[in-house]
Write a new protein. Structure first.
Length: 197
């Protein structure tokens, strides 16, 4: 199983963590039940510790499994050996973005480096789907390098906004939020379900 975007990963984690949470709740209920029993015996300690070991192994195993299936993890670890297909330099100051172009068009599976520089405050750089779910984000600190390497595997048009609170947003005369850029990234060339045609 390989995840090609964060929405698929979130759906998988929702199911996995719901099961895991139910198992943890069950052990708390089991422990509470045994506390109320007058005839509780020490024999319950052995299944308790086996169950705890199972939960620990399951939690660690889940994270090892998802580490191997999340494409951007290995890309981020090996990024010093990766040459991006395109680099976009973005600046932000006084709650306003300075962009290289009004819209960036990216081809499927293109590796893109977003290099974001803050001149005054701590901002966030985030790309969001049209339904409001997040594709990716990073914190943008002033005076430090802030970049993120990303490979897009699904077609779509994504909005950009700050994901950090850095004071009240500035608005244009038309009432438009200057920290949100609608339809900033457009990805084309992917087949249905992800990856290149």
């Amino acid at each position: 199983m390989t995840f090609t975007n964060s929405a698929q990963l979130l759906a998988f984690h929702w199911v996995a963590y719901s099961i895991y949470a139910a198992m943890i709740i069950s052990i708390v209920a089991w422990f509470g039940y045994n506390l109320t029993r007058k005839d509780a015996k020490s024999v319950f300690r052995i299944p308790f510790y086996w169950y705890m070991a199972f939960l620990v192994a399951g939690g660690v195993g889940h994270h090892i499994f998802t580490y191997n299936t999340i494409p951007w993890v290995s890309e981020d670890i090996d990024r010093h050996n990766i040459k991006p297909d395109a680099v976009y330099n973005i600046e932000v100051k006084n709650h306003k973005w300075k962009l290289p172009t009004k819209q960036i068009v990216i081809q499927c599976e293109e590796r893109v480096l977003f290099n974001v520089k803050s001149h005054d405050l701590t901002y966030g750089f985030g790309l969001f789907r049209q339904d409001g779910s997040m594709v990716m984000q990073m914190q943008v600190n002033p005076g430090t390098p802030n970049d993120i390497l990303w490979t897009f595997n699904h077609n779509g048009v994504f909005n950009m906004t700050s994901t950090e609170y850095s004071g009240p947003h500035q608005y244009s005369e038309d009432g438009e939020d200057l920290m949100e850029v609608k339809n900033f990234v457009k990805v084309t060339g992917c087949k249905e379900g992800g990856l290149k045609k």
